[in-house]
Design a protein around this ligand. Structure first.
Ligand SMILES: NC(=O)c1ccc[n+]([C@@H]2O[C@H](COP(=O)([O-])OP(=O)(O)OC[C@H]3O[C@@H](n4cnc5c(N)ncnc54)[C@H](OP(=O)(O)O)[C@@H]3O)[C@@H](O)[C@H]2O)c1
Length: 315
C-alpha cells in the first residue's frame, strides 16, 4: 500500500498529492524534466489529459524512469481524461491515450466535462458548431467498457455537479470512483463533497492553489490574508496551507508546478498539520469559483444556456 494514499470505491488506491501537467506553454522537454524531478521528490500521481497535449511527455518521462528501474508501473498512479470529441467512443480514445503514454493501462480515466462535442472538434475552446447532443448514458457505458477491457483500473468524472452525479448514479452499472473538480479554500465544494461522500465517490481537487499565474487563474488564494496568517503561524507557506486544507477534508489535490523549489514546497504540505481554528477561519473565507466554464455555454448548440445550467445552480 502506498503511503499518503486513500482507497477508492473500486479497491484501488490513489496517492493524495497529484502532479498536474497542464501547462500553457506545453513544452515537451520542460514537462519531461518536471516529471523526472517530481518522481525524485516522491510524487507518484500524475495527472494528464488528451486536451493538455502532455500525455506523450508524461509517458516518456515515466517510461524512462521505469526502464532505468527507478520505479515500477505499480508504484505510480496515472490519470488521463476523455475529451468531449471522444464521447462517442471512449474505448478508441483511451487506446490512443495509451499509445501516447506508452502504457498498457491508466490507473484512472475521467470524463473531462459533461459536454459532448462533434468527433472532429479537438480545440480546448469549442466553437458553436462543435457541440453535440449530450448522451451521458452512452458515454458512461463506453467508460465502463474501458474498465472491463482492462484499459484502466478505475473510471470517474470531472467537473460534475452533485445533480449530475445523482443522474449518473441512476443509470451507472459501475459508479464513478472519483469526481475531479475545482476546490481550494475559496471554493470549498461543501455540498458536492457531502453528496460524493454519501456515495463513496472520492473528490480530487484541481487548481488547489487557485491556479495563480495561469491565464484563467487568480492569486486570491495564496495572497489571502487569512491563508497568509495561518502560514506564518505554522512557519509554512500559503500554498502549503491551501493544499493541507484540502487534504484535511479527505480529498486529494492535483497541484501543478514545474519549478523545483515550488514542487518541493508543495510536497511539504504532507507534513503540515492545521488546527481547528485554522480550519474554522478558512470556512469563513469568501467563496469565488475561478474555472467557471464560460467556454462551454452558448444560446444555440450547447446543452448549457448559462453558467448556472452547466453547474446546476451550484455556483
Ligand atoms: N479536470 C479539469 O478540468 C482540470 C482543470 C484545471 C486543472 N486540472 C489539473 O489540475 C492541475 C493543477 O491545476 P492548476 O494548474 O489549474 O492550478 P494550481 O495547481 O492551483 O496552480 C498552478 C499555478 O500555480 C503556480 N504555483 C505552483 N506552486 C506554487 C506555490 N507553491 N506558490 C505559488 N505559486 C505556485 C504554478 O506556477 P509554476 O509552475 O511556475 O510553479 C502555476 O502557475 C493541472 O495542471 C491539471 O493537471 C484539471
Amino acid at each position: 500500500m502506498r503511503s499518503h494514499s486513500v482507497r477508492l470505491n473500486c479497491g484501488t488506491t490513489i496517492p493524495v498529492l497529484g502532479f498536474g501537467t497542464y501547462s500553457y506553454e506545453n513544452d515537451r522537454r520542460t514537462t519531461e524534466q518536471a516529471v523526472h524531478a517530481a518522481l525524485k521528490m516522491g510524487y507518484r500521481h500524475f495527472d494528464t489529459a488528451k486536451i493538455y497535449g502532455s500525455e506523450e511527455a508524461v509517458g516518456n518521462a515515466l517510461g524512462e524512469a521505469m526502464e532505468s528501474g527507478f520505479i515500477g508501473r505499480e508504484d505510480i498512479f496515472v490519470t488521463s481524461k476523455l475529451w468531449g470529441s471522444d464521447h462517442h467512443d471512449p474505448v478508441s480514445a483511451l487506446k490512443q491515450t495509451l499509445m501516447k503514454l506508452g502504457m498498457e493501462y491508466v490507473d484512472m480515466y475521467l470524463v473531462h466535462w459533461p459536454v459532448k462535442l462533434k468527433p472532429w472538434a479537438c480545440s480546448a475552446v469549442p466553437n458553436e458548431q462543435d457541440f453535440d447532443e449530450l448522451d451521458l448514458e452512452g458515454t458512461w457505458a463506453g467508460m465502463e467498457m474501458c474498465l472491463q477491457l482492462g484499459l484502466c483500473k478505475a473510471i470517474g468524472v470531472s467537473n460534475f455537479s452533485s445533480t449530475k452525479i445523482r443522474q449518473l448514479l441512476d443509470f451507472a452499472s459501475i459508479p464513478p470512483a472519483v469526481n475531479q473538480v475545482e476546490m481550494h479554500p475559496m471554493w470549498r465544494q461543501r455540498k458536492l463533497r457531502q453528496i460524493c461522500g454519501e456515495n463513496r465517490i472520492h473528490v480530487s481537487a484541481y487548481s488547489p492553489l487557485g491556479a495563480p499565474g495561469s491565464f484563467w487563474g487568480s492569486t486570491d488564494v495564496v495572497n489571502n490574508p487569512i491563508i497568509r496568517s495561518i502560514a506564518l503561524k505554522h512557519r509554512a507557506t500559503p500554498a502549503q496551507v491551501a493544499l493541507r486544507w484540502g487534504l484535511s477534508k479527505g480529498t486529494s489535490a492535483i497541484v501543478k508546478s514545474f519549478n523545483l523549489e515550488r514542487m518541493k514546497e508543495n510536497m511539504g504540505a504532507l507534513d503540515l498539520r492545521l488546527d481547528e481554528n485554522d480550519m474554522l477561519a478558512i470556512e469563513r473565507m469568501v467563496e469565488r469559483k475561478i474555472m467557471r466554464g464560460d467556454f462551454l455555454v452558448n444560446q444555440t448548440t450547447s446543452p448549457y444556456k448559462s453558467i448556472q445550467d452547466l453547474w446546476d445552480d451550484e455556483i
